[in-house]
Design a protein around this ligand. Sequence first.
Ligand SMILES: [Zn+2]
Length: 294
Amino acid sequence: MKKAILMVTFILTTLFIVACGADKENAQPTNADRSKEEKKDDQQQEKQNEADKEEANQEDKSEDRQENPEKEKPKYQVSEDAMIVPINEGTNEKVVLLTIDDVPDKHALEMAKTLKNLNANAIFFVNGHFLETQEQKDMLKEIHEMGFVIGNHTYSHPKLPDLSEQEQTEEIVRVSDQIEEIIGERPKFFRAPHGMNSDHSKQVAKEQGMVVMNWTYGYDYFAPYQEANKLTEAMVSGEGPEVDVTYSLLKPGANLLMHDREWTNKALADIVKGLRDKGYEIVDPKLIQTLEGE
Ligand SMILES: [Zn+2]
């Protein structure tokens, strides 16, 4: 290093002498030579900086890997009113979340296959009373293995505020235990039947490591929309005039409620295509922040 500095000093001094001794015409190329030399030094410095940066980046990455072996960093969070909102600026906000409740009854597996073919992910909220037979357990396992996120929707679909605290706890914890036994991990999302929570049920869900999530709209449980075409139209427009929703509930971050039902199963592909035609991305629920990272 010392040698290099001496060398540069020597060159610069020589150049300076030459420049001073030269007439104006000769001074031009000399200055050019000098700046070439400086550029070289700058380039070397830059290279070093880049190498340092890369090293720092690699350290960052390996830290991430240790914390989260296979998971991508969360990009969205669930707001108080169940909207899916970006955590950082620059993330696409024109997204909708698909959720399928009361699973796995008669159509969940077929619905999962439909979504998989369309490369659309979703959360399947399960009820424990649908997880009693081996066939039902296998169905849930298959849905999970297809890449879908499994949520807790209580054991018997009660109105939680009508139950004692002890019963509420049992309704919730029992299902997380069942899910863990079948797919090897506990659910990270909780949705109360009928969207009816109590302070106690919210507390239990949180203690169980779950994000509590209602929805922003859904129509398949209203009689006028229990037919595939009618349902598709309502889900894609966001409007349900026959149940007094005369304005559109479809907006960025909408959290869409659907069920394991015959007409929803039939409408599902068209709903996904229709939402995409309107410029909405079907958000991957695996990108939604859970309680783990907090
Ligand atoms: Zn339900």
